[in-house]
Design a protein around this ligand. Structure first.
Ligand code: MOS
Length: 709
């Protein structure tokens, strides 16, 4: 007879500390560059020093003469690669230089220091062409693409927003600028690559890899995509490529797709026949791992004098590179937020001689909501209406652009709850304290609910413990921990009876950790596998035979089903800032967010995600900025000495709250995703507070002293 089932221990919705926390704080967790394989060598890439042109010669003699140097690969002699979806991965394959910082050679040596010295000694000559890195709204090469990032249509119109705006009783027509921004995770991109020789020849040609096998430890948000890319580039069957991302020191989108460093590491290892580690110096990141592209916004809001919106037009202008189209979908959130009967949202892009932009935390929503939520504040000002009330007045009963019902939408509740917790009404008079001007601001947050197919396997051992396997990636978010909680909850066992294996391409496939969809996607598969296992165990005699029982699940059919609902998370952010009229320094005194993001599975790690997003939004508002130097064609702020991310002294004790939201139309786990919404709206709340404090509107970020004074 079965023993009494263990008393139900709640595993979900309770704070659980990170499973790998001890490994991390004791330095035991190994990151991609820390796999000290025997006989390993080190690589250091050589970036192009021109913004556009052709390599005409690479002189490697001085580099090769340095002690400890093993090889210098150039576009003339590097192994030939197969195809890649992303042309940025076809490194050292041709002589064209599409932007400054593009890699034109790779030094390999016995130590990082020797490789770095060798890279510095490589002499590259170029034929240069005139370059253009200047984004402007009247650029002659601007065009409207078909789709923008995320697969959304670039252009949407409902009603005649321009005419409705022209006829509106109250009008706001404003331009906002968000500069290029960089992800800059704590751990720069790195990879360690190892080949096991096949029977085929060893000519150094990637196409001759035969039955060879490639293993890479990569700092990546998803080993599946990296494996796919490497298999195509090195012409290997996918099952001959293993990619491991066991621990990742942050990413924020820039490790979401495979990056050139992993290709170069594999190439160098192939060429030298030794394991090779390539750890990118931080200063290389802006040119080779993507960035949030600059966005120029025009927002037009038309309203009646009672505050009811009659027209909303959000037009976005942005850049991409010459080699790949990536269009930041910054007008997309305006399709979701407010009940405007006439709605125009559109994007234009121009291909410039710049690095290819890519995902950075809440691509689209983050810069888009800065502009939209600033404009809503300007409208409140023009109307003399409270900005919280103005937002509530324009609450839609269905998604404005699509007409679809919301699966759940608690923006109004977030605004009301936030206003109460912040004591908003009591802070609506700007104050002066000596040289300081003090004011408050509010903005809404939103982020879509995504989910992707995943698979998982769970194994019950006869001793009553369980092993859960799915190819998830933990970027420091706590993904491993929450998957253990989901499994324990479904299996109805204490979480310490469950071991979780993630971050390895040989595990049951799962999607990239991106789009705030990781937990929902992998968690769904883990839930399904565990639920099936529970059913199986109920019928199975005990004790279980060695080695136990395994069950697999795959959510492809369920996760791909199109929902009839518009599914988004919402939030409201409140800020108090002080502006020093002597120094021009803006400081955030209070920052409070209330979010409605479905079920919160682990309050401890969830809070950290919200706080992290809000800190990043604070940086966007006050300090983070990158310029493109028109003469040299590169980013002027490429390290943390010049690209200022917030430090502890910049950040107040951030207050994070959430509503208990039960949404039946999501997934069995019930979460909406929390990785990105925290950054959405923060910069607008701070900018609106700046305006409240000073009476001045600055429509270009960040709010640095040179702009303030
Ligand atoms: Mo997130 S920018 O989708 O990694």
């Amino acid at each position: 007879m079965d023993p009494e089932p263990p008393a139900r221990t709640p595993a979900l919705g309770v704070p659980a500390t990170r499973r790998e926390g001890l490994l991390k704080v004791t330095g035991t967790a190994r990151y991609a560059a820390e796999h000290a394989l025997p006989d390993r060598a080190y690589a250091w890439p050589v970036p192009a020093t021109v913004a556009r042109g052709q390599v005409t010669a690479v002189d490697t003699a001085a580099a090769l003469a340095l002690p400890g140097v093993l090889a210098v690969l150039t576009p003339y002699d590097a192994p030939r690669l197969g195809p890649a979806d992303d042309p940025n991965l076809r490194v050292l394959q041709d002589l064209a230089v599409p932007h400054r910082g593009w890699y034109v050679a790779l030094a390999v040596a016995e130590s990082t220091e020797a490789a770095r010295a060798a890279a510095a000694a490589v002499r590259v000559t170029y034929d240069t062409d005139p370059h253009d890195t200047g984004l402007r709204t009247d650029h002659p090469d601007l065009y409207t693409p078909e789709i923008v990032n995320g697969g959304y249509p670039a252009h949407r119109e409902r009603g005649d927003a321009v005419a409705a705006f022209a006829a509106a009783e109250v009008q706001v027509d404003c331009a906002y600028t968000v500069p290029p921004l960089h992800n800059h995770p704590m751990e720069p991109h790195a990879a360690t690559a190892l080949w096991e020789a096949g029977e085929a020849g060893e000519t150094g040609d990637a196409g001759d890899a035969g039955a060879a096998a490639l293993t890479v430890y990569d700092s990546s948000q998803g080993t599946g995509l990296v494996r796919q890319a490497l298999a195509a580039l090195f012409r290997l069957p996918e099952d001959r490529v293993t990619v491991v991302s066991e621990h990742v020191g942050g990413a924020f989108g820039c490790k979401g797709t495979p990056r050139p460093h992993v290709v170069l590491a594999a190439m160098a290892a192939r060429y030298t026949g030794r394991p090779v580690t390539l750890a990118l110096p931080r200063r290389h990141l802006p040119a080779v791992v993507g960035h949030r592209p600059p966005t120029l916004h025009r927002v037009r809001l038309g309203a009646r004098t009672d505050g009811t919106l009659t027209a909303l037009a959000h037009e976005v202008t942005t850049h991409t590179s010459r080699i790949r189209e990536f269009v930041e979908q910054a007008a997309v959130p305006a399709r979701v937020m407010y009940a405007a009967p006439a709605l125009l949202t559109t994007h234009r892009v121009v291909a410039l001689d710049v690095p290819t932009p890519s995902w950075m935390r809440a691509p689209g929503e983050c810069p888009g909501m800065y502009a939209l939520e600033s404009a809503v504040d300007e409208l409140a000002d023009a109307l003399g209406t409270d900005p919280v009330e103005l937002r509530i007045r324009n609450e839609p009963d269905a998604e404005p652009d699509s007409g679809r019902p919301f699966s759940s939408r608690h923006l109004v509740a977030c605004l009301r709850e936030g206003a109460a917790l912040f004591d908003w009404a009591a802070h609506r008079t700007p104050r002066r304290d000596g040289p300081l001007l003090i004011g408050t601001g509010v903005a809404s947050s939103t982020y879509p609910v995504y989910v992707a197919p995943a698979s998982a396997r769970v194994h019950a051992r006869p001793d009553g413990t369980y092993l859960v396997q799915t190819n998830a990636t933990d970027l420091g978010t706590g993904a491993r921990t929450v998957l253990g909680q989901i499994a324990a909850d479904t299996l109805r066992v204490p979480p310490d009876r469950v071991t979780v294996e993630i971050g390895h391409s040989a595990l049951p496939p799962g999607p990239v950790a991106g789009g705030s969809a990781g937990t929902a996607s992998w968690g769904w598969a883990v839930h399904d596998a565990c639920a099936d296992l529970v059913a199986l165990l109920e019928r199975h005699p005990r004790p279980l035979p060695e080695p136990g029982l395994s069950v697999s699940a795959d959510t492809t059919a369920s996760a791909k089903q199109r929902s009839p609902y518009a599914r988004h998370a919402f939030g409201a952010q409140f800020a108090e800032v002080q502006v020093d009229t002597v120094t021009g320094e803006v400081r955030v005194r209070r920052l409070l967010g209330v979010f409605a993001a479905g079920r919160i599975l682990n309050p401890l790690t969830a809070r950290s995600q919200f706080v992290g997003g809000m800190v990043m939004g604070l940086g966007m508002a006050l300090t983070e900025h990158s310029g493109v130097d028109p003469a040299f064609g590169d980013f002027t702020e490429s390290d943390l000495a010049s690209y200022h991310v917030p430090v502890h002294a910049d950040v107040p004790d951030i207050e994070v709250h959430w509503l208990d939201e039960h949404d039946k139309h999501l997934n069995p786990v019930g979460g909406k995703g929390i990785g990105e919404i925290g950054i959405v709206g923060t910069a607008a709340a701070i900018g609106n507070a700046f305006h409240h404090a000073t009476g001045r509107r600055i429509r270009e970020l960040p709010l640095t002293p040179d702009r303030v004074l």
